[in-house]
Design a protein around this ligand. Structure first.
Ligand code: DAT
Ligand code: MG
Length: 137
């Protein structure tokens, strides 16, 4: 089995609501392994780089405001098809449409505060891991 790595963020809403353990527990129970973990509050420049693909979207300012609004937990998880596996655990971007049983489906209601980020492809994972944990991708 070849291992793949992905970047997961428990966003500020997840930290303030006390859901860090729930998110990490689900990743671990799925069989993914934690290889890095950090509580940090993002600089705007880091947030703008992380979400750079959305820079032209109308919600970009709110997105950066939210993701920098308080501490988040950044982690790297590893395992076979870690990107796809963790996107499945996280659920659809809109929490109202996210399947019950997924993290967003179970714990979120608003698209702007949807609890968790997970890289959407191995290429995104490399870029995002290099931003948060240089040398670990
Ligand atoms: P995902 O986080 O599922 O990868 P995305 O990359 O399309 O989704 O968007 C990044 C984040 O931006 C998303 O988690 C929440 C926010 N967002 C996306 N679409 C939005 C919208 N229509 N209104 C407000 N925020 C939005
Ligand atoms: Mg995305």
């Amino acid at each position: 089995m070849s291992a793949e790595r992905t970047l997961i963020l428990v966003k500020p809403d997840g930290v303030s609501r006390g859901l860090v353990g729930e998110v990490i527990g689900r990743l671990e129970r799925k069989g993914l392994t934690l290889v890095a973990l950090e509580l940090r509050t993002l600089e705007r420049s880091v947030a703008e780089t992380h979400y750079g693909e959305h820079a032209s979207k109308p919600f970009f300012g709110e997105l950066v405001d939210f993701i920098t609004s308080g501490p988040l937990v950044a982690l790297v998880a590893e395992g076979p098809r870690a990107v796809e596996a963790s996107r499945g655990l996280i659920g659809a971007t809109d929490p109202v449409k996210a399947a019950p049983g997924s993290l967003r489906g179970d714990y979120a209601l608003e698209i702007g505060q949807n609890l968790v980020h997970g890289s959407d492809s191995p290429e995104s994972a490399k870029r995002e891991i290099d931003l948060f944990f240089p040398g670990l991708s």
